[in-house]
Design a binder for this molecule. Structure first.
Ligand SMILES: [Ca+2]
Ligand SMILES: [Ca+2]
Length: 267
């Protein structure tokens, strides 16, 4: 993490081709002081070739990649009613090393957030009155807090404490316009039609179709949460584990979790 003023800088560096880069990496709650600043705390960073059929049909050189940065780590889905937000004072950057020289400055995507608190008297960030069916505008009237962001693409810059310099190009994406973040997926009463409400439609044009296809193949809840919905998967894994000699006896799914976890949380 690099400090900038007035922004605190947060960058996920060395994506894709510089996995050996020593200085910056993602981790969950990796240092005591970092726990005081969850909006600037990276958890996971992902980079992969987008796997929709249209992209895979392109030549290797023409394929597009998906980059994902997660922040505000180790939160529970039930930690409402005011859910998690990005920080206007953090400079979020994804750094990419395209030429494998260990300097992840060939391509940088920078995200700056602006938060609007529209209803100061509403102490819950999102209410179902009326239900939220759009990320912004009249159909987002139930949201007292709306976060929007701008994205800037930097190519061929060198980055120092004062920011980028000597760039080949600096391009504001989305025509430099603010883009609304999706609301938290609170539930069907507050955020019905969540696929259409959240960031999916404003990201990639095929994302909604991809989600529809996934739902047809895997049902409405393709990441089931909790021990019971996943019991058969865990039990099968433990059976394989035992059959292949990796465990001395066949463990039960409950034995994978600390007893305190099972009593305190829906695991
Ligand atoms: Ca972290
Ligand atoms: Ca490089």
């Amino acid at each position: 993490m690099i400090s900038h003023r007035p922004y605190r800088g947060l960058m996920a560096a060395g994506l894709a081709l510089a996995l050996g880069a020593p200085a910056f990496a993602a981790s969950h709650r990796e240092a005591p002081l970092m726990t005081l600043d969850p909006g600037a705390d990276i958890s996971d960073v992902y980079a992969f070739v987008s796997y929709d059929a249209a992209n895979l049909a392109r030549s290797a050189a023409e394929r597009k990649a998906t980059l994902i940065m997660n922040v505000v780590p180790s939160q529970e889905p039930s930690s409402g009613p005011n859910y998690f937000a990005f920080d206007d004072n953090v400079l979020y950057q994804l750094h990419v090393d395209n030429d494998r020289d260990g300097a992840a400055e060939d391509l940088v995507y920078e995200f700056k957030f602006e938060t609007e608190q529209r209803s100061p008297d509403q102490f819950i960030a999102t209410l179902a009155l009326p239900p939220v069916t759009a990320p912004d505008g009249p159909n987002a009237a139930g949201m007292s807090r709306i976060q929007r962001y701008r994205v800037t693409e930097y190519r061929g810059c060198s980055f120092g404490r004062k920011g980028p310099k000597k760039c080949d190009s600096v391009t504001p994406l989305f025509d430099g316009q603010l883009v609304p973040t999706g609301p938290s997926n609170i539930g069907p009463l507050t955020t019905p039609m969540y696929d259409q409400t959240a960031a999916l439609p404003s990201m990639l044009p095929w994302s909604v179709a991809h989600a529809d296809e996934t739902r047809r193949e895997m049902g409405d809840d393709w990441w089931p949460y909790g021990l019971e919905p996943n019991r058969h998967v865990l039990d099968t894994f433990l059976r394989y584990h035992h059959e292949q000699g990796l465990s001395k006896r066949r463990l039960t799914p409950e034995e994978l979790f600390a007893p305190e976890t099972l009593s305190s949380y829906k695991v």
